[in-house]
Design a protein around this ligand. Structure first.
Ligand SMILES: Cc1cc2nc3c(=O)[nH]c(=O)nc-3n(C[C@H](O)[C@H](O)[C@H](O)COP(=O)(O)OP(=O)(O)OC[C@H]3O[C@@H](n4cnc5c(N)ncnc54)[C@H](O)[C@@H]3O)c2cc1C
Length: 637
């Protein structure tokens, strides 16, 4: 199958306008004849479901949680980017586009990224109209702060709760449509499979997480907004329920999975403190606006931070990257923190941490100012660690945070299965090999409020869609398969818990496919995962029954998918014999230990096609064409 990204012709800045004009429209009176399934109600899904319903389509929305308000998007702290240029510091749509392409180490599609930058400003207008309480400056304009990988301030924020406030906006819009009867909300449902009929996505199979019943739902199109898969590492900053199941099941039904090995490791997280931990906590990137990152100059220096004089501190990011300083992109900051710790300069009891210090900022701006900007984040840090970050520096270390990989989509955000659209963190689109901070919220909302409402319409208007109901044999077969998988999991009665397997998988992924990778380690990880997966299907224990509220069975299904998907990540990492962004293969690095790309051979998105449980997936390459930016070695010096 050929990979056609369907990028419209014409100049970059006119492509989206032109495409919207060329997309077929559904007559307003006909929209109600179409049912659209939206899976996931985070920022991407919530905004899409509300907007599609507002347009007149009948929407069925699904989520795992008891309420859309509890989607993982609620955790987003730091902000959302837009090229408004309110601070008048030189921002523009072009600069946001350029920073994003460069930040992603030139592994994203130009046309998509430019559209994202264009739509960023519409998102802010839309959200302000919804009443999102963005921070404002003294004169009343919306305030901005800086995030990594940019030398302008373009991040809009609502203290450290930006995701929560944006989600409340999307949720309000969604609730209005639920009230109007245009959205039917199915909470506490987990999509277990996709139903494909004649090559078209026509429905989903879900498990009712309260009763355990398997349900079938049909539609004319399916929109997946099921978030990222960072929890394949077990420990991550993602919500506990974040998973890969919906995307992976769609992959097994024919949707290509692109760049699965592109994982973002965020530099500023509360360090791991023990083996019984199940969650890692992010300290927002916004803290790097004012916090200074340092380690002791001398390896093995175990003095308390306040006892180490300025002359014996190494502000390694400021020294190495004078232009961007502490605001280098995440992949760069993470690798440098690891490098310092590997040299024995790490701090804290494990030696796997660096300091993030606010002393200078407090002396300069006063504690009250710092508290106003970051108060809730400081409080969170103190609650977790028992240490007061106003008095002594935070200890931070990189942790898995975001996944740039996802289901491959074309310019319309449609996957390689007709009628299956994928949005938000679940798709691979706009961030290349490394996402810049505050760009995920921008992408999810651009997809949901402004892109999919047009492109789904274009698909529905231009496609023959035969009448299909849940009585179709494909629904029965797919539902039976989902049920029998659950029954198998429950029947194994082994000796190891699901979490135990998940933890081991996470350790393998972190060790061999984490911040740094090499070919030997990846080969080893592949074998280890295969062995672990085989043991899982012989020795896992899943208590309880399928026809009940049973979180063990939920987790078992998700971990079973992670055990397959982890191998796909390894295969992808092995196939990409270069370093770029978050994919750092130690065998490909510059003299300064930066990622060394190979544009001649790897300037592509790697889209994997499932070809059977026991076969190597097939690789399709979408060659990335750069007509507007020059491919350069990324430099933040
Ligand atoms: C701690 C933290 C802070 C962050 N801060 C920022 C920030 O400041 N700025 C920024 O831009 N980005 C930030 N991010 C990233 C950003 O929050 C996410 O990328 C984004 O919110 C993802 O939105 P989404 O709608 O794609 O998915 P999610 O919000 O993850 O929503 C997924 C939805 O899918 C549902 N779902 C999943 N699987 C299934 C299934 N099988 N069946 C049914 N439903 C399913 C879930 O119930 C949920 O409703 C942060 C991330 C973390 C972890």
């Amino acid at each position: 199958m050929s990979l056609d990204a369907k990028i419209p012709g014409g100049p970059l800045e006119k492509k989206w306008d032109r495409h919207r004009f060329e997309l077929k429209l559904v007559n307003p009176a006909n929209k109600r004849k179409f049912d659209i399934i939206v899976v996931g109600t985070g920022l991407a899904g919530g905004s899409a479901a509300a907007t599609l319903a507002e347009l007149g389509y009948d929407v069925k929305a699904f989520c795992i949680q008891d309420s859309p308000r509890r989607a993982h998007s609620i955790a987003a702290q730091g902000g959302i980017n837009a090229a408004k240029n309110y601070p008048n510091d030189g921002d523009s749509i072009w600069r946001l586009f350029y920073d994003t392409v460069k930040g992603g180490d030139f592994r994203a599609r130009e046309a998509n990224v430019h559209r994202l930058a264009q739509l960023s400003n519409d998102i802010i207008d839309h959200c302000v109209a919804q009443g999102i309480p963005f921070a404002r400056d003294y004169g009343g304009l919306l305030a901005n702060r800086s995030f990594g990988g940019a030398q302008v301030s373009r991040t809009f924020y609502a203290r450290g709760q930006t995701g929560q406030q944006l989600l409340l906006g999307a949720y309000s819009a969604l609730s209005r449509q639920i009230g109007a009867g245009k959205v039917k909300m199915f909470a506490r449902r987990e999509m277990l499979d996709l139903v494909v009929i004649n090559g078209q996505a026509r429905g989903i199979i879900v498990r009712n997480l309260v009763t355990g019943r398997i349900e079938r739902h049909d539609a004319h199109a399916v929109v997946l907004c099921t978030g990222g898969y960072g929890n394949v590492f077990f420990l991550s900053t993602n919500a506990m329920a974040s998973n890969v199941t919906a995307a992976y099941r769609a992959y097994k039904r024919g949707a290509f999975f692109a760049n699965p090995c592109f994982t973002q490791i965020h530099p500023t997280c509360v360090p791991v403190h023990g083996t019984y931990q199940s969650k890692l906590t992010l300290m927002s990137e916004s803290l790097r606006n004012d916090g200074r990152v340092w380690v002791p100059k001398n390896p093995g220096d175990k003095r308390a931070p306040l006892e180490i004089p300025q002359t014996e501190r190494d502000y390694f990011l400021e020294a190495k990257y004078p232009s961007f300083g502490n605001l280098v992109p995440r992949d760069v900051a993470s690798r440098n923190a690891k490098e310092q710790c590997d040299m024995g300069k790490g701090v804290g009891s494990t030696g796997l941490a660096v300091y993030l210090d606010f002393e200078d900022a407090i002396n300069r701006d006063t504690r009250a100012v710092i508290e106003k900007k970051y108060g809730n984040l400081f409080q969170m840090y103190e609650k977790i660690t028992g240490e007061d970050p106003y008095r002594s520096p935070m200890r931070i270390y990189p942790a898995v945070h975001y996944t740039m990989g996802g289901l491959w989509v074309d310019y319309n955000l449609m996957s390689s299965i007709n009628g299956l659209f994928v949005m938000g963190e679940a798709n691979f689109s706009d961030h290349g090999a490394n996402r810049l901070g505050a760009s995920a919220l921008m992408q999810g909302l651009a997809d949901g409020y402004f892109i999919v409402p047009y492109t789904v319409g274009g698909y529905l208007a231009g496609t023959q869609l035969p009448e299909v109901t849940t009585d179709h044999p494909a629904f029965k077969d797919t539902a039976d398969e989902a049920q029998s998988r659950l029954d198998t999991l429950l029947s194994i009665n082994g000796k190891r818990t699901v979490d135990d397997f998940h933890k081991e998988l996470g350790l393998i992924m972190w060790e061999y496919c984490g911040m740094a990778r090499n070919n030997q380690g990846l080969e080893k990880a592949k074998t280890l995962i295969q062995q672990l997966r085989a043991e899982f299907w012989e020795n896992v224990t899943v208590p309880g029954s399928a026809m009940d509220f049973n979180q063990s069975v939920e987790r078992a299904g998700r971990v079973a998918d992670f055990l397959e998907f982890g191998e796909l990540m390894i295969i992808d990492a092995l196939a990409r014999q270069e370093s770029c962004g978050g994919h750092f293969n130690e065998e490909f690095q510059t003299e300064g230990h930066e990622a060394k790309r190979d544009d001649e051979n790897f300037c592509h998105a790697a889209a994997w096609e499932f070809s059977g449980d026991d076969s190597q997936p097939q690789l399709h390459k979408e060659h990335l064409v750069f007509e507007n930016v020059e491919l350069t070695q990324r430099s933040y010096k």
